[in-house]
Design a binder for this molecule. Structure first.
Ligand SMILES: C[S@@+](CC[C@H](N)C(=O)[O-])C[C@H]1O[C@@H](n2cnc3c(N)ncnc32)[C@H](O)[C@@H]1O
Length: 330
């Protein structure tokens, strides 16, 4: 474990005289659990560890930082946050209980929303989905809430850590919800519980099948294809649908990218310039369809014309049906 405790840590941090990555892990309070989680994360990601309990305000207010100490994975008692040290922007967090997420689950249109139609969800059918570009897991949660078994893939270990943290909190909340429901039968009149029940309402009755692997999707799909060809392994994973939502390549006005969180995410993961290759791989694995989210006027991936297009106000979904499935059966 590498522990850095320095007051002027925004100067380039060095390990064994080598300049390290422009990101560090820090704990914001000195309670045991917080320190343990931060240490584990720093070890897993091979990043330096900082004590932020005293100095976090100073760090966030620092305007003279060089790019070399730009990002901070802050372990707080409640959650993991990705902070930027040189700009006053909201931290990046995977929060499956955010107001936007709860609104999307309650009022997003259910099976009638474009994403659900593009994936091919029907009243009595929800396919298994490989979300090969998971990002902050928002689309994945919506699909899981609509009944799909969703396997998320994310190649950025930093975003992967945020996703992992979001999933842990989702799991904890589900347990709380279960407890609430059990108590509700015993104590019909709630007070504080009422608030929590209202908060958790969009998640009531959901049986989410959502998992995550932190890996490059091309590598993952490559392994699955290899196993499929060799027919050697009983547990070959073959999803019905593969969903791709790559980073938008160009900054356009009035697109989702203008949202602060997406700009921040883009800064961390960069452009997904290799997406054509991943797309061509995906076409070989998905048994039913590959769905690609694109900006409204962006060219098709690999210049390949989709079978169906669902157009929305700010984006569109290109749907590529598996050639063995006739359009009549969709
Ligand atoms: C636009 S974001 C996806 C947003 C996501 N749909 C959501 O609802 O939050 C794109 C994400 O895909 C990830 N990504 C791009 N190419 C990938 C690949 N080959 N394997 C795994 N993840 C990839 C990027 O790191 C980034 O986090």
């Amino acid at each position: 474990m590498k522990l850095f405790e320095t007051k002027c840590w925004w100067l380039p941090v060095t390990v064994k005289n080598k300049k390290v990555m422009n990101i560090v892990v820090g704990f914001t309070t000195k309670d045991e659990d917080c320190i343990a989680r931060a240490s584990l994360l720093a070890d897993q990601l091979q990043l330096p560890l900082l004590d932020l309990s005293e100095s976090s305000k100073k760090i966030i207010n620092c305007n003279n930082c060089s790019d070399s100490c730009l990002l901070l994975l802050a372990v707080t008692p409640d959650r993991l946050e990705l902070r930027q040290t040189i700009k006053r922007v909201k931290p990046l967090v995977v929060d499956f209980f955010s107001p936007t997420m709860r609104y999307r689950l309650l009022h997003g249109g259910g099976r009638k929303q474009l994403l659900a139609k593009a994936i091919g969800i029907r009243s009595n059918y929800a396919p298994s989905v490989l979300d090969a570009t998971a990002g902050l897991g928002k689309d994945a949660l919506v699909l899981a809430a609509l009944g799909c078994a969703v396997h998320m893939l994310e190649r950025s270990p930093i975003i992967g850590a945020l996703l992992q943290d979001g999933l842990v909190r989702l799991e904890k909340m589900s347990q709380t919800l279960l407890l609430q429901l059990t108590q509700a039968t015993t104590f019909p009149v709630w007070s504080e519980q009422n608030k929590l029940a209202k908060f958790l309402q969009p998640y009531c009755g959901l049986n989410l099948d959502l998992k995550l692997t932190i890996i490059d999707a091309a590598t993952f799909i490559g392994h699955c294809l290899q196993k499929k060809v060799q027919r050697s392994d009983a547990d070959i994973y073959v999803p019905e649908v593969i969903y791709l939502d790559p980073m938008y390549p160009v900054v356009q006005r009035k697109t989702a990218l203008n949202k602060e969180a997406m700009r921040f995410l883009k800064r961390v993961v960069g452009d997904d310039c290799d997406i054509d290759e991943l797309f061509l791989y995906a076409l070989q694995l998905a048994t039913r369809r590959v769905v690609v989210k694109r900006p409204r006027s962006a060219p098709h991936l690999a210049a390949k014309k989709p079978n169906i297009i669902f157009r929305g106000a700010s984006c569109r979904y290109d749907v590529y049906l598996n050639s063995k499935i006739s359009v009549a059966t969709i």
